[in-house]
Structures are given as structure tokens and as C-alpha cells.
Design a protein around this ligand. Structure first.
Ligand SMILES: Nc1nc2c(ncn2[C@@H]2O[C@H](COP(=O)(O)OP(=O)(O)OP(=O)(O)O)[C@@H](O)[C@H]2O)c(=O)[nH]1
Ligand SMILES: [Mg+2]
Length: 321
């Protein structure tokens, strides 16, 4: 996972170290007296200009959106220029700076835990999943159902994709595999009505959570975006989750932004992270939408769902020192 981005960041750190070697600085008497540093180097603006420019290009080629790239490199510059860095510790220093800047980029100001969120809410908790075609919504809903069951929470699935041929059967098949019921109507019926039925069903049976599937829709399709707004008006979801495919890179960021503008998403699930060599979408989506990534898909099995942890992500793209 993310091997390309990891390689690029390693090369950035190596280059900073090389240019740092050229810049021994005369330590101030005060520093010497206090014995703070045994020998130091200081990076100037011009030392970093080329390396940061290269890093910008590399990040862009690895699915990091341009605003996020600007932010990342700007923050890195602030942390590196003019600092006295102890001899022999440049790599450690740069690695710490990169790590902290990446963590900042992935921060939305508050942590979000799905299980705790559900436990706190009045039941049934209504969760609607949106996204463009084929990003993994239906599979992810089955994975989430399995994850909830494991945590002692009962879900029902609303077969809200009434649009695509075979979608209802697919939802039923996945639900059957994880042992969860599906509320459905015929193909072509009103998606909002199906989801409303599922909510009534959950209320009547004391089911904790409604997981509503919806049809894949391009963010540019006005009719389908209007249908999505209707679903939201009728179902009044507690949580609107945007499901994005990590492999689509900058497109996923664009989609997330557009779904957020149209429907106000609350959280993101990024799928297909297992096949993502770049890793840029996670950084950009969080930075651009300021919505938390709560879960990630890491394979095609029902157990291939992981809680997203910023530290884990950053550890996996920063090369071990
Ligand atoms: N490798 C990998 N494949 C995944 C993951 N999540 C979903 N998939 C695959 O992606 C494909 C599409 O998944 P679906 O769940 O049908 O996607 P969807 O968003 O519901 O698609 P539409 O209903 O057509 O819009 C399937 O082959 C899934 O197995 C993941 O985390 N990793
Ligand atoms: Mg689907």
C-alpha cells in the first residue's frame, strides 16, 4: 500500500539531508555554553527551494490535490527553514516535520468513532451511503453490517438503489452473506420511499441501525443529485457517508467536494486502499472537505474494513528511519 508515495517522501528526506550537509553553522556562544547542540546545520530558503519544488511535483503525480500540495509544502518550509538542526540528526528532524505536517493535513479537528456515534444516538440510527458508480457502496454496506454485528449492534439494509438492473438482488446477496435483512421494493420504485420503509421496519422491530444503499451517481447528473437531496429530505439521515474509490485519485476529491456541496456529507469511507500505491486521495479528501475518513476498505472480503487511523496512515507513508 502507498509504496510510491513512501518512496517519494524518502527521496525528499534524503535530498534535504544532502543539502543540509553543506551548511554547517557557527553556533552562538549561548548555544555552546548551554551545550544544546554539539554541531549544527541550518537550512536556508534557497537550499529548500528545489527540493520542495520536486516534492510538489511528486505529490501532484501521486493524487494529492494542488491546494493540499501547497499547504503541505508551505507548512514543511515553515518547519525547516532557519532551524538549527543537530549534526547527524537531520533525517530524524525532517522525518518528524513531515510526520507532523501529514498528521495536520489529515486532521479535521475532532475524532469520529462510528460505534460510539451509534451508541450515543437515538435508535434507529439512519445512515445513508452515497457515491459515484462502482466505488464500492453496496459491498461496503455489507462490510459495515458485519462490523456492527460484531459490536453487538443490529442493522437492516435498505435496498435504495432502485435504479441499476440487478442492484436489489446484489444487495440481498451481500446481506444474506453477512446475515442481515433487506427491506426492498421493485426496481424503478422511489428510493426515498424504500429507505423510509426500512426506517419504519427498524422502529417496529427494535433494530438499531438502517444502512441505506443508493444508486451510483455522477456528481454532474443533476437529476440524480436532486434524487439524492430528496432521499435526504425524506430519510433525515443521522449520517451521510460519501463512499470514494481511492484508486480514482483526484477524481475522488472532486466528487467528495461536489457531494458535499450538494448534500453536506458528514464522513468519508475510502475503498480499495489495498490496491492504492499512491495514497494521495486520503490526504486530499480530508484536507479539501474537512470531513473525517472513518473507515477504509482493504479488500473484497466482508472483513476487509478498517477503522481509519491517521497515525497508521502516516506511518505507512513515512519510511522507517
Ligand atoms: N480491492 C477492493 N475491492 C473493493 C473494495 N470495496 C469494493 N470493492 C470492489 O469494487 C467493486 C464494486 O463494488 P460495489 O459494492 O458493487 O460498488 P457500488 O458502489 O455499489 O457500485 P454501483 O452500485 O454500481 O454504483 C466490487 O467488485 C467490489 O468487490 C475494497 O476495499 N478493495
Ligand atoms: Mg451498489
Amino acid at each position: 500500500m502507498f509504496e510510491i508515495l513512501r518512496k517519494k517522501i524518502a527521496s525528499f528526506m534524503g535530498t534535504v539531508e544532502d543539502s543540509a550537509r553543506k551548511h554547517e553553522v557557527e553556533l552562538s556562544v549561548a548555544t555552546k555554553v548551554r551545550g544544546m547542540l554539539s554541531g549544527a546545520i541550518r537550512l536556508s530558503d534557497s537550499d529548500l527551494e528545489d527540493v520542495l519544488w520536486n516534492l510538489q511535483l511528486e505529490l501532484m503525480q501521486n493524487d494529492v490535490a494542488s491546494e493540499t500540495v501547497e499547504y503541505l509544502t508551505g507548512r514543511l518550509k515553515e518547519r525547516l527553514v532557519g532551524m538549527d538542526i543537530e549534526h547527524g540528526k537531520v533525517n530524524e528532524f525532517v522525518s518528524k516535520a513531515v510526520r507532523e505536517v501529514l498528521l495536520e493535513t489529515l486532521s479535521t479537528g475532532s475524532e469520529f468513532n462510528l460505534i460510539e456515534f451509534i451508541r450515543r444516538k437515538e435508535k434507529p440510527v439512519k445512515i445513508v451511503f452515497f457515491g459515484v458508480n462502482g466505488t464500492g457502496k453496496t459491498t461496503t454496506i455489507a462490510k459495515v453490517a458485519a462490523y456492527l454485528l460484531k459490536n453487538g449492534i443490529s442493522p437492516v439494509i435498505a435496498a435504495g438503489d432502485t435504479f441499476r438492473a440487478g442492484a436489489i438482488e446484489q444487495a440481498e446477496k451481500h446481506a444474506g452473506m453477512v446475515g442481515v435483512r433487506v427491506v426492498k421494493q421493485q426496481k424503478g420504485s422511489d428510493s426515498a420511499a424504500v429507505i423510509f420503509d426500512a426506517i419504519e421496519h427498524a422502529k417496529a422491530r427494535g433494530i438499531d441501525v438502517v444502512l441505506a444503499d443508493t444508486a451510483g451517481r455522477m456528481q454532474t447528473n443533476v437529476n440524480l443529485m436532486d434524487e439524492m437531496k430528496k432521499i435526504i429530505r425524506v430519510a433525515k439521515p443521522d449520517l451521510k457517508i460519501f463512499v470514494g474509490d481511492a484508486l480514482t485519485g483526484n477524481d475522488a476529491v472532486e466528487q467528495a467536494r461536489s457531494f458535499n456541496d450538494n448534500a453536506g456529507i458528514d464522513a468519508v469511507i475510502l475503498t480499495k486502499m489495498d490496491a492504492d500505491a499512491k495514497g494521495g486521495s486520503a490526504l486530499s479528501i480530508t484536507h479539501e472537505t474537512k470531513k473525517p475518513i472513518i473507515l477504509i476498505g482493504t479488500g473484497q472480503g466482508y472483513g476487509d474494513l478498517k477503522e481509519f487511523d491517521r497515525n497508521w496512515f502516516v506511518d505507512s507513508i513515512i519510511p522507517a528511519a
